[in-house]
Design a protein around this ligand. Structure first.
Ligand SMILES: [Zn+2]
Length: 80
């Protein structure tokens, strides 16, 4: 298993209270786990590795880390 970022994903997940998701890719059936930490503007999350099915089939879980992001998050969450 590869950890391209320095941060251990479980430490990252605990720090930001991000749920680690695992399951099967809906396209190829390979097992998928969100174990790559990422930061995107005001969000912190975990994503799965691209195992060959493309970005569309990677999994992502993320949480807002600031007040502005929280209000944006509400909009995102309500549109899902
Ligand atoms: Zn796949």
């Amino acid at each position: 298993m590869l950890f391209p970022l320095e941060t251990d994903y479980l430490t990252w997940a605990n720090k930001y209270d991000i749920r680690v998701e695992s399951g099967e890719c809906s396209k190829c059936g390979n097992s998928v786990i969100t174990n790559l930490p990422f930061a995107f503007e005001g969000y912190r999350g975990l994503k799965s590795e691209d195992h060959g099915c493309g970005e569309k089939y990677t999994w992502k879980t993320f949480v807002p880390v600031g007040e502005d992001e929280k209000s944006t998050w509400k909009n995102i969450a309500s549109s899902m």
